[in-house]
Write a protein that binds this ligand. Structure first.
Ligand SMILES: CC(C)(COP(=O)(O)OP(=O)(O)OC[C@H]1O[C@@H](n2cnc3c(N)ncnc32)[C@H](O)[C@@H]1O)[C@@H](O)C(=O)NCCC(=O)NCCS
Ligand SMILES: Nc1ncnc2c1ncn2[C@@H]1O[C@H](COP(=O)(O)OP(=O)(O)OP(=O)(O)O)[C@@H](O)[C@H]1O
Length: 196
């Protein structure tokens, strides 16, 4: 089984690109989606948040809108949130990998380089697009203010550095272009698996 880490800064196109890998038969695990499950009713993050950030609990789940307000008011809160969330995300990933049977497993992890997770991957692909397009796409979703976007961006490794460290750089200017680049990556990895 080949482990491909898929990373990139906020709004660079990780989820969209991950779906293209899935369409080619790769198994995909998504760290942000794992966080969504952990925050939802019955999720493993609910109990620790009800002690650490009781005001963030709404109807039995962790409210992302309130978390963003908390982070905006106190920038150190994100670190505390990460200390709760990251070990739980890591457990979720381990369970997924145990059950996976595909030849290529894609792990979509926004903070792959920042957390040193790249060392556990066979290769890393980084998605990228111009900073202006990135910002426009994130703000178009309407879920973050420009200052919330800047705060998240400031916490991430700069895009140039991520791309320089990656084995594959995938451009997300257009869906067709990205799909073509994804199929080249998949073909190359499958060839390396059959040659081995
Ligand atoms: C900050 C929160 C509330 C924003 O929620 P929202 O629904 O608006 O955005 P979403 O979760 O889709 O994240 C959007 C993007 O922000 C970036 N991002 C999220 N958390 C972080 C972080 N801790 N550090 C740097 N970038 C981050 C990622 O690129 C992510 O893809 C949420 O991301 C969160 O609770 N983050 C803490 C958990 C975490 O570290 N997740 C990262 C993946 S394990
Ligand atoms: N290859 C592409 N061509 C055109 N638009 C794209 C492409 N990839 C992504 N987009 C658009 O960019 C936006 C962000 O994409 P996506 O949600 O996949 O990014 P992400 O990196 O997963 O985001 P986040 O870091 O916030 O989780 C979406 O509106 C999506 O439609």
């Amino acid at each position: 089984m080949f482990l491909l880490g898929l990373t990139g800064s906020i709004g660079m196109g990780k989820s969209t690109t991950a779906q293209m890998f899935a369409d080619l038969g790769c198994a995909v695990w998504d760290a942000d989606a794992a966080v969504h499950r952990l925050y939802s009713v019955g999720g493993a993050a609910v109990a620790p948040f009800s002690s650490a950030f009781p005001t963030a609990l709404v109807d039995g789940e962790v409210s992302r809108a309130i978390l963003k307000e908390i982070i905006a008011a106190d920038p150190t809160a994100l670190r505390q949130i990460e200390q709760i969330v990251h070990p739980l995300v890591s457990q979720d990933r381990t369970a997924f990998l145990k059950a996976a049977t595909a030849d290529i497993v894609v792990l979509d992890i926004p903070l792959l380089f920042e957390t040193g997770g790249d060392a556990r991957m066979d290769a890393v692909a980084c998605v990228t697009v111009d900073a202006e397009i990135q910002q426009a796409r994130v703000l178009a979703r309407g879920t973050m203010t420009p200052s919330q976007f800047e705060a998240i961006l400031a916490k991430q490794m700069p895009n140039d550095e991520k791309c320089a460290r990656a084995d594959y750089v995938i451009h997300t200017d257009s869906l067709e272009g990205t799909r073509a680049e994804v199929s080249v990556v998949v073909a190359e990895i499958r060839k390396s698996l059959t040659d081995a």
